[in-house]
Design a protein. Sequence first.
Length: 250
Amino acid sequence: MIILIDIGNSRTKYAQLREGQLSVTTQLNNQDFTVAYFAEHFSYASQVVVANVAKSSLTTELASWCSEQKISFKQVHSEQQKNALLSAYQEPTSLGIDRWLALLGTIHLYPNENVLIIDAGTATTVDFLASNGQHQGGWILAGIKALFNSILTHSTLVHAENKTLPSLAFGSNTSDNVNNACWAATLGMIEQAIEQAQALASIDRIILTGGDGMALTKLVLVQTSEKFIAVANIQFIDNLIFYGLQEYCE
């Protein structure tokens, strides 16, 4: 059994890999991801593969525990090339590991396709992957919640409550105005990204992932499918990066 782990800013997610099949993912707060937790849940692992965007101390503790238990440990980093994937970055290690693994996961699932990837989490990132494995670059925008919070932080007279249901309608109150504008701005970026990608190559598939990915998928299906790409080729894939982590398993 191999454990694939994604350590984020506040939460950790992991999945088990058995005979090439991924389990459902488990999520927990970083403060609960302790040596005691490792001992209870990971003792039977043959290998642990980790991506970490934030808490380096957690990786150190996990690596030490794996060493004591004689479990193979690997922390992955963005690089110039992995298998058929080639980074667009002049400094490949500066590409976020979550984006790198999403690209790897995409090429794992859909080799030889031109794919636009939208990862809607703390930030909303866009990456375009060409069918030959060449990353074409992308964009980084503040995520939906970050956009919402930025308005409240920088505008003392704007008072709004965060709402979870996405809408593009004009609002008749400040909360709707702010919330709906965040979704509209993000969707507008996605539409522009589709146009930019299509100027490079015909898009075979659009993949959305991340915490706000499902909600954005519904908006993209409604707003862009007739103009840009067949509905069947726009999809949400939960935890795309775990397919990328698989590429580092021994």
